[in-house]
Each structure stands twice: as C-alpha cells, then as structure tokens.
Design a protein around this ligand. Structure first.
Ligand SMILES: Cc1cc2nc3c(=O)[nH]c(=O)nc-3n(C[C@H](O)[C@H](O)[C@H](O)COP(=O)(O)O)c2cc1C
Length: 176
C-alpha cells in the first residue's frame, strides 16, 4: 500500500455515532475486521487482547446502558467489546504487562479494527466511557480473567461527521 492511500484511509476514518440497525455486516467482513485486530503489534507478542462479539438486541441495549446511555451503540448490528486477557498479560510481564502493555496492546488492536472497518466502508466508534463492572456483568465476563477496555459499535451509516481536526505537528513535536 502506498503511504498516500494509508493516510487517506486514516483521514477518512471518523467516529460514527448513528447506524442502520437493519443492515447486517457480512460474516466475511466481520472476519476481515477481526483479522486486522489479530495482526496488531503487542509487547513481547503476548497478544493480550480478547474480542467479545455481540449481536443480540437486548444485550446491546444493556451495553449502551453500561456506557452511560450512549444509545447509538444499541443500533449497531455488531458490537465488539475489547478486553485485556489479564492472565496472559500478567504471565508475560507481571504488573507492567497488566497495567501498561495490556492497555497498549488492546489500543493497537482497536485502531487496526477501526481502520479495517473504514476500508470496508463500515462505520465505527471507539467508546471508552462505560462502567466496567456493569459491562462485565452484562456479558458474564470473568473479572479475574478479563478487563474490558473498549466498546466498538460497527455498522453502516448515512452519517457524514465533520472533521474533528487535530493539533498541528508543530504543537506536538519537540526536537531534541
Ligand atoms: C480512548 C477513547 C475513548 C473514547 N470514548 C468515546 C466515548 O465513550 N463515546 C464517544 O462517542 N466517542 C468516544 N471516543 C471517540 C472520540 O471522541 C473521537 O475519536 C475524537 O473526538 C476524534 O474524532 P474522530 O474519531 O471522528 O476523528 C473515544 C476515543 C478514544 C480514543
């Protein structure tokens, strides 16, 4: 892939917060999106991510509730909840794995997922505002094993969000 195409994909990815609930994502596309997550880099290649896939309408409603009522989540035909596999993370690097690399590994996987979705013209949003305990209860997730870090609603949308803009390179670079 040329750098221009990669940057264009990154520019075109925007958070989508309204979905057509009736337009399913083909399972072949779901597989491609998950494959993108699987290919992410991770500390020591420990791959500390785990993906929970939710299509059930009532469960999605409860997920939106755990996310402080962000109701667009329940309209998405597919919701991926990304979690840190705490056992795997700890096995690799102890507390640093659990509290730092697990967060970074899953963040890398999430971004891969968002970009892959965009490449398939599927909208998505990285949702981080939620009550972890409530979400994990809704999904019957074993809290000794997993820590949920993101909710990603995915689906087709008519939304054309405005460009949120970014700080200039000059503002975020220090040359030493
Ligand atoms: C860690 C993280 C948490 C976020 N949590 C939420 C959220 O709870 N709800 C939401 O609507 N958007 C959430 N977002 C999306 C951001 O608001 C969005 O990425 C940012 O405003 C830039 O807009 P863009 O994605 O359209 O470029 C989150 C993004 C990140 C990276």
């Amino acid at each position: 892939m040329e750098i221009e195409s990669l940057l264009l994909l990154m520019q075109q990815r925007k958070s989508i917060r309204s979905f057509n609930p009736d337009k399913e994502i083909a399972s072949s596309d779901v597989k491609l999106i998950l494959e993108a997550g699987r290919l992410a880099p991770s500390a020591g290649n420990m791959q500390t991510w785990h993906f929970f896939l939710i299509k059930d309408r009532e469960k999605k409603r409860m997920i939106a509730d755990a996310a402080y009522g962000q109701s667009f989540i329940s309209d998405a035909p597919l919701v991926i909840v990304v979690a840190i596999d705490k056992i795997r993370a700890t096995r690799g690097y102890g507390n640093r794995g659990l509290y730092l690399y697990g967060i970074q590994d899953t963040a890398a996987a999430i971004e891969h997922i968002l970009l892959a979705a965009r490449a398939l013209k599927i909208g998505s949003c990285w949702v981080g505002a939620f009550n972890e305990e409530k979400l994990e209860n809704v999904l019957y997730i074993d809290r000794d094993h997993y820590r949920t870090v993101a909710i990603i609603p995915l689906g087709y949308s008519e939304e054309h969000p405005r460009n949120r803009g970014r700080n200039s390179l000059a503002d975020i670079i220090t040359e030493l």
